[in-house]
Design a protein around this ligand. Structure first.
Ligand SMILES: Nc1ncnc2c1ncn2[C@@H]1O[C@H](COP(=O)(O)OP(=O)(O)OP(=O)(O)O)[C@@H](O)[C@H]1O
Length: 229
């Protein structure tokens, strides 16, 4: 389990996150919800050690996040971190050479599942296919936790459907997923836990199934209640 306890973040003098606490469990999909600029990406970056925490603690299985333990987490950003001149095949081989926890057979399975052509140059990919390659590269690492920043951002309905299918496939099995999305409707049925943020604070954290069963509310229903004045 990844646990954030009283985490705060400042950029310079500007305080972005205040006293944020929540947990991310293995075998669950946790979704960070909030309007633009609320600090969702910053939270993912802090968990992946891409930006320092100002105060508070982040632990994995009750232990501090040391460089060794960071190998259990991967961060999939909302843009593809591969040079445009590379082909998909080049990027796969680059990752294979660079990461000892690269799972090459999973990468090949994902390539087929996502119907990608390994000869396509990264620079020639559509936005939807670019998002799929990004997911392929992240999901082919044998890590326990995967952080995804806006995996559905700006992509067409067919790519969204394919990525949604990926979420309910075996490729995510046994992993803990923390993602941010503005497209809640597409994956509402797959989300186990929602964490609602506003102005740098956690407004509400809830198990989506309990919410449906006990109060008959979807994530969107709760969002309307919480965010509407
Ligand atoms: N490196 C940085 N230096 C200074 N301010 C930053 C930096 N990165 C982000 N910010 C600011 O921190 C705030 C939170 O940004 P962040 O990208 O985490 O929000 P977000 O919730 O992910 O937004 P979006 O939904 O648009 O992706 C914003 O006001 C942003 O301008």
């Amino acid at each position: 389990m990844i646990k954030l306890t009283h985490v705060s973040k400042k950029y310079g003098r500007k305080k972005i996150l205040h006293d944020v606490s929540f947990t991310v469990h293995p075998n669950e999909i946790t979704c960070l919800v909030g309007i633009n600029g609320v600090g969702k990406t910053t939270l993912l970056k802090m968990i992946s050690n891409l930006t320092p925490t100002t105060s508070g603690s982040i632990t994995i299985d009750q232990e501090p996040l040391t460089p060794k333990r960071y190998e259990e987490i991967t961060f999939i950003p909302d843009t593809i971190p591969v040079p445009p001149s590379m082909t998909i095949n080049d990027s796969i081989h680059f990752m294979r050479d660079f990461y000892s926890n690269w799972n090459h057979s999973r990468a090949n399975d994902l390539l087929s599942f996502l119907k990608l052509n390994r000869k396509t140059k990264i620079g020639d990919l559509s936005k939807g296919n670019s998002a799929k390659v990004n997911l392929l590269l992240g999901l082919s690492l044998d890590v326990r936790y995967i952080l995804m920043d806006e995996p559905f951002s700006g992509i067409d309905i067919f790519s969204r459907e394919q990525i949604t299918e990926l979420f309910s496939s075996g490729f995510l099995e046994d992993r803990g997923i923390l993602l941010t999305t503005h497209e809640i409707k597409d994956i509402e049925h797959l989300i186990d836990k929602a964490v609602l943020l506003d102005e740098g604070y956690v407004l509400k954290e809830f198990n989506t199934e309990d919410m449906r069963l006990n109060e008959g509310k979807s994530i969107e229903d709760v969002m309307r209640e919480v965010y509407r004045p």
